[in-house]
Design a binder for this molecule. Structure first.
Ligand code: GTP
Ligand code: MG
Length: 221
């Protein structure tokens, strides 16, 4: 949060392919197995999007319904991550029949609400399209991928880029030599597109989110 880098949490029913997706996108080397709850603690990796913007991507524990009451609390604590995420990537296993698919999707959406994350921007992703039953249409607006083969993941990254860049503004900033330390902050909190050292200071062209716009507005030229 302090770094100002946006983050997305990959959520979904157990076995949907969350860890596989994180591995495919970031080569994170996280255990992905055909067994329930292969992931028991969240793992976060840094990912560079096609625009060059960076995002943190977090794998989470799989959701499940009819969870024994004594486990609910433990599960919810691992899902605290959701609270800190800026965006949600909701993965559904598209290889299952429509009833299972919709049931699990409903459980996941319900839990997102219960965790207080219902208002966060969410990308709906249908995974395992390589083995999906083609006769069942996917809901409108969903992104179809195969986390295993990588098919469709470029489109997912582009959608993430759209989310991350919304509300951003390109700014021309002139940082005087006497405040050179601010250059590091700009590199940390904004996406620097160009940087040139001139007689009057560092001339930087950067894409700034709302926070960076506030912090660096005084250098705008
Ligand atoms: N055919 C196919 N199999 C996939 C795909 N993505 C994941 N799998 C398989 O689905 C199984 C579950 O994948 P994981 O990535 O461990 O699923 P998960 O959502 O992280 O599961 P939990 O950690 O238990 O919540 C593994 O056997 C994966 O190889 C895909 O796109 N196509
Ligand atoms: Mg997992």
């Amino acid at each position: 949060m302090r770094s100002g880098i946006k983050s997305a949490a990959i959520i979904g029913y157990t076995n949907a392919g969350k860890s596989t997706l994180l591995n495919t996108l970031t080569d994170a080397g996280i255990l992905a197995e055909d067994k329930l709850f292969a992931t028991l603690d969240p793992t976060t990796r840094r990912l560079t999007l096609p625009s060059g913007a960076e995002i943190l991507l977090t794998d989470t524990v799989g959701f499940i319904d009819r969870l024994p009451t004594h486990l609910v609390k433990a599960f919810k604590s691992t899902l605290e991550e959701l609270k800190y995420a800026d965006y949600i990537i909701n993965i559904t296993d598209a290889s299952e029949d429509i009833e299972e698919r919709e049931r699990k999707r409903a459980v996941t959406l319900q839990l997102v609400q219960e965790l207080g994350a219902g208002e966060k921007p969410m990308l709906e992703v249908f995974n395992k399209c390589d083995i999906a039953l083609r006769d069942i249409p996917f809901p409108k607006g969903t992104i179809e991928i195969s986390a295993k083969s990588g098919e469709g993941t470029q489109a997912l990254l582009e959608k993430l880029d759209e989310l991350v860049s919304s509300g951003k503004k390109k700014m021309r900033l002139l940082v005087p030599h006497s405040e050179a330390g601010a250059v590091t902050d700009i590199y940390r909190l904004a996406t620097v597109l160009e940087c040139e050292y001139t007689d009057s200071g560092a001339l930087i062209y950067a894409e700034c989110d709302a926070r960076a716009q506030g912090t660096f507005g005084k250098y705008e030229v």
